[in-house]
Design a protein around this ligand. Structure first.
Ligand SMILES: *[C@@H]1O[C@H](CO)[C@@H](O)[C@H](O)[C@H]1NC(C)=O
Ligand SMILES: *[C@@H]1O[C@H](CO)[C@@H](O)[C@H](O)[C@H]1NC(C)=O
Ligand SMILES: *[C@@H]1O[C@H](CO)[C@@H](O)[C@H](O)[C@H]1NC(C)=O
Ligand SMILES: *[C@@H]1O[C@H](CO)[C@@H](O)[C@H](O)[C@H]1NC(C)=O
Ligand SMILES: *[C@@H]1O[C@H](CO)[C@@H](O)[C@H](O)[C@H]1NC(C)=O
Length: 380
């Protein structure tokens, strides 16, 4: 594999020398493997650099730092043995992806103490949506924070500070985005009809596309995008009073909510397809988180889980053990004994056990387009 890569790189260098990489049309006529190789390494000198944008699915402590709030135990109990600001009993999917690169977990941009920004930063904030909402950290704000972070880092690097990302690091970094779930979730919670929710999807996606264009404009070249998961399988949604059209699918999930998530993903992948030609020097990997999570729920017994829609840390007992007034962290909660048997930690967020599987499926490349390995961006 390494040998193959080296050969292909030599071919790529040769093509570059011959001037083939100049014109956009010529660029596109190159084979897919060459296109893949055109990506700059995210790991200059074997060092991974990641910048992540998103919501609670990948927030490693940003909301907690930003609002000065400590999520209490049992958050973090199975791995960190203390709350870390992650809404999970342990590690998030992003943490496992960092582990796969042998790099530290990403520090939240807003964390003023104990942060290590030498391998990038995490701008994801629990509750964030792409569009402005009750949560102040919408995607466009996260991108502005990144731009400030970048200019501040470069200023400090120029002054001789070590352990910060330099110009080369920003260029070779992998930019990751996982957002949109709260836009859809909020739209359904506001009592909008299915058609009204679906009509909002293009404006949600255009925020994601704009974010990518800004990151590309500032020199980012490598992008890793997660689509949105099956919203209708979240116990939080399942425990709400049902509307007339809220039929359950064979796995016990709400069909309209899952259909809206699928529609979002269809539009997102179509736009990424177009974006790949517009941002001609970018490598954009699109990963189908929906299929990964839906498989996890549908085939949960095969992965060692019991009921996939019953919450480990919640209130109210079966079938969901979820009550919006008494959520995880409330002293009145029931907390399960065996976290590893639950897909859902708190009704919205997956357990560490579920995240382990999601991460391993991501790393398999089976759900990615193009099928690039996560450490591809590290091979220099
Ligand atoms: C991470 O470390 C393991 C064990 O040392 C090694 O096998 C693997 O290749 C490393 N991965 C990367 C991306 O450096
Ligand atoms: C910061 O993170 C990098 C990347 O994982 C690691 O090599 C380095 O040792 C860390 N620095 C400190 C002070 O923990
Ligand atoms: C939600 O929508 C239904 C049907 O359109 C309507 O009857 C109901 O009053 C609405 N509820 C709220 C809280 O707006
Ligand atoms: C469940 O697993 C089977 C066998 O691997 C697979 O064909 C099916 O697509 C999975 N179900 C879902 C909803 O992913
Ligand atoms: C939560 O509290 C509100 C206000 O007291 C009440 O109307 C609602 O029914 C409660 N929800 C649940 C799920 O118990």
């Amino acid at each position: 594999m390494a040998g193959e890569r080296a050969t292909e790189r030599r071919v790529l260098r040769r093509e570059r020398k011959r001037g083939l990489m100049g014109g956009r049309e010529k660029w596109f006529s190159l084979t897919a493997s060459l296109l893949m190789l055109a990506a700059e390494s995210a790991c200059g000198g074997g060092k991974a650099v990641l910048f992540n944008f998103g919501d609670s699915n990948s927030d490693t402590g940003g909301l907690s730092a930003g609002l000065g709030y400590i999520f209490p135990l049992p958050e973090g109990r199975v791995f960190f043995h203390r709350p870390t600001g992650r809404l999970c009993d342990g590690r998030l999917t992003l943490d496992f992806l960092c582990e796969s690169l042998n790099t530290s977990y990403l520090s939240p941009y807003l964390e003023s103490l104990g942060s290590n920004f030498s391998n990038g930063a995490n701008f994801a904030i629990a509750g964030a949506a792409t569009l402005p909402s009750n949560n102040p950290f919408s995607l466009s704000i996260q991108v502005l924070q990144f731009l400030r972070f970048k200019s501040r880092s470069l200023e400090l690097v120029a002054q001789g500070f070590k352990d910060l990302v330099n110009e080369e690091g920003f260029k070779k970094a992998l930019y990751m985005v996982d957002i949109g779930q709260n836009d859809l979730s909020g739209a359904f919670d506001s009592n909008a009809t299915y058609d009204q929710v679906v009509s909002k999807i293009p404006s949600i996606i255009s925020e994601i596309i704009n974010a990518l264009k800004i990151l590309y404009g500032t020199g980012g070249r490598n992008f890793w995008i997660h689509n949105t998961g099956p919203l209708g399988c979240l116990p939080q949604k399942l425990s709400l009073p049902r509307k007339d059209d809220s039929i359950l699918d064979p796995y016990g999930c709400l069909t309209p909510l899952n259909n809206a998530a699928k529609e979002f993903n269809t539009q997102l992948s179509t736009l990424f397809y177009e974006l790949r030609s517009e941002l001609s020097e970018a490598t954009i990997v699109y990963t189908d988180i929906y299929s990964i999570k839906h498989d996890l729920i549908a085939n949960h017994t095969r992965y060692g889980f019991e009921s996939p829609v019953m919450v480990c840390c919640g209130y109210g007992g079966p079938p969901y053990n979820y009550n919006a007034n008494i959520t995880c962290g409330n002293p009145a909660c029931n907390v399960c004994n065996e976290d590893q048997k639950f897909v859902s930690w708190d009704g919205v967020h997956y357990s560490e056990a579920a995240n382990t599987i999601v991460a391993s499926r991501i790393l398999s490349t089976e759900y990615s387009t193009p099928k690039l390995k996560f450490d591809f961006f590290c091979s220099s």
